[in-house]
Design a binder for this molecule. Structure first.
Ligand code: SF4
Ligand code: SF4
Ligand code: FES
Length: 520
């Protein structure tokens, strides 16, 4: 493989790669604002400037400049190497590049940083990007000095309502055009554009438009500074209080890789962010997915419920459920909303109780697109099909109930892809997260942990099994579905082929998620 030298490191590259791409892949980050691995190269911020050493025997490319001479108190003529943007510079074999080891690069980065902050309000204490802002990080790493401009800054529009989800602050904007390129190149909706030049530059909406496509939060997420902020997250949390786990979006069958950001102090999830995976979602997520954390708390079932005894305790409910599940005609209703761990546990419990009829349901279909969104709004339909290729539909369960072939149901899940009214005709024991049609029809409901409250394996539409980590503790009496299955097995005196979470997980055999690609 061809190589180039970056400071003291040998970096291998594939033909066609730029210096910044190869360096990022090798874990040697070059500072950058406007470059994003998933977008075209704009090369407008100049933060990634590097010094390219001349080949042996060739003179260096240099520029005539005026440099301030402290002793003379005046500018004097000088020469300095012509620095080049690493984001636009094609890597070539044997090339020698200085980044952190070049005094000219260090000086240029500090100058770019000072320049970008000349008209910036430096309102970090009230900015939601604080703590994860590149202007802050790079100021500390590459500048660290006060700006020298004493004039009033150029004032520009603030708190501009860009649409239902995003607010724009032109004073914080470094006009890197990442947001413009994202809308145009990834979403195919050129709703944003840049107007004016220099210190008057700002981002504007296309006439008559709002930023209202299906990927607006991602548009905000690619902004490296606090110019675009999400209405959903604004003023809700400080990022330095948040912890993150690696999760899988359960908003649809694509299975985008994400981070779940939560505050461990109040066990609250505040947002989802994309996690890079070249094989699934590249760098992106859709709005539906990024806001899906809100569903964790919606219509949440916190306590075990017995329809005929509203005051029943969790123990009472467990024993009532066990009594309802005994006897012939038991069917199992699996849920494509739930992890394979939950589904395999409920399936095994059903089999141990003599069930021979197995069905599957989940959230109804929704809108899909050719970017990421799958019309199947369930994260694990393929996972169930892997467990049970012959599983039948909810409509088939209705027929079996009407025909008297099914006389009791052990159901996992909250939503259904059809009508669940027929479930009221037979005793149903439900393991549900939300108070949906299944829980409302059930004689006994045991509160299940949501996807953010238990580790789980989800197999996406392409057949890739991925693990989503636990972020917060289940609220109230909620427990992972697999644990309820074990409790029920204990109450019924049957044994399951596993006794703890690690054994359940071993049965669903997840394949590790593809390694992340370059850092955005
Ligand atoms: S709003 Fe953000 S992403 Fe868009 S140009 Fe300004 S700084 Fe860049
Ligand atoms: S495309 Fe599907 S999996 Fe990806 S973020 Fe959107 S809802 Fe989640
Ligand atoms: S990253 Fe902006 S010029 Fe290279």
């Amino acid at each position: 493989m061809p190589k180039f030298k970056l400071d003291d490191y040998e970096i291998e590259f594939s033909p066609g790669e730029t210096v910044i791409q190869a360096a990022e892949r090798a874990g040697r980050s070059i500072p950058h604002y406007c470059w994003h691995p998933g977008l075209s190269v704009a090369a407008n911020c100049r933060m990634c400037l590097v010094e390219v050493m001349p080949p042996p025997g060739r003179p260096a490319l240099s520029l005539d400049v005026l440099r301030f001479d402290e002793k003379k108190g005046d500018y004097v003529k000088a020469k300095k190497p012509k620095l080049q943007p690493a984001c636009q510079l094609a890597a070539s074999d044997g090339m020698e590049i200085k980044s952190d080891t070049s005094e000219h690069v260090i000086e240029a980065r500090a100058a770019v940083q000072e320049f970008l902050l000349l008209n910036h309000p430096v309102d970090c204490p009230i900015c939601d990007q604080a703590g994860e802002c590149r202007l802050q990080d790079y100021w500390l790493d590459h500048s660290g000095r006060s700006k020298r401009m004493r004039d009033e800054i150029i004032h520009k529009p603030k708190a501009v309502d860009f649409g239902p989800t995003i607010v724009y602050d032109a004073e914080r904007c470094i006009v890197c055009t990442r947001c413009v390129r994202f809308c145009e190149e990834v979403v195919g909706d050129p709703v944003l554009d840049k107007r004016e030049r220099g210190n008057l530059g700002e981002i504007v909406l296309a006439p008559g438009r709002k930023l209202d496509h299906a990927y607006t939060l991602m548009t905000e997420y690619v902004c490296p500074v606090g110019a675009l902020t999400a209405k959903d997250f604004r003023f809700k949390a400080r990022v330095w209080f948040l912890k993150s786990v690696k999760s899988i979006c359960v908003g649809c069958a694509t299975g985008c890789n994400s981070y779940t950001d939560f505050d461990p102090r109040d066990q609250t999830v505040y947002r989802y962010r994309p996690r890079e995976n070249a094989a699934v979602n590249r760098y992106w997520m859709c709005d539906e997915g990024m806001l899906d954390y809100q569903r964790i708390r919606e219509r949440r079932i916190l306590r075990a419920r017995v329809q005929s005894d509203p005051g029943a305790s969790a123990t009472d409910a467990l024993h009532k459920a066990a009594a309802l599940l005994k006897g012939p005609g038991l069917a199992v209703l699996l849920s494509a909303e739930h992890s394979s761990e939950d589904n395999v546990s409920v399936l095994e419990l059903g089999k141990a109780l003599g069930a021979e009829q197995f069905f599957m349901t989940g959230r109804p279909n929704g809108e899909g697109d050719n970017i990421l969104r799958n019309a199947d709004k369930n994260p694990n339909r393929r996972g169930i099909l892997n467990l049970l290729p012959t599983v039948s539909s909810l409509a088939a369960l209705e027929k079996a109930v009407e025909a008297g072939q099914v006389t009791r149901v052990l159901a996992l899940g909250s939503a259904v892809d059809g009508s669940a009214d027929f479930l009221r005709k037979v005793p149903v024991v439900a393991l549900s997260v939300h108070d949906g049609p299944i829980a409302q029809a059930a004689r006994v409901t045991l509160p299940a942990a949501s996807w953010a409250e238990a580790q789980g394996t989800f197999t996406n539409a392409a057949g890739l099994s991925q693990v989503s980590e636990k972020a917060v503790n289940p609220p109230g009496d909620a427990q992972p579905g697999w644990r309820w299955a074990l409790h029920l097995a204990g109450a019924l005196g049957v044994s399951l082929p596993f006794t703890k979470g690690s054994e359940v997980r071993a049965r669903v055999q997840p394949r590790p998620s593809t390694a992340p690609s370059a850092q955005a």
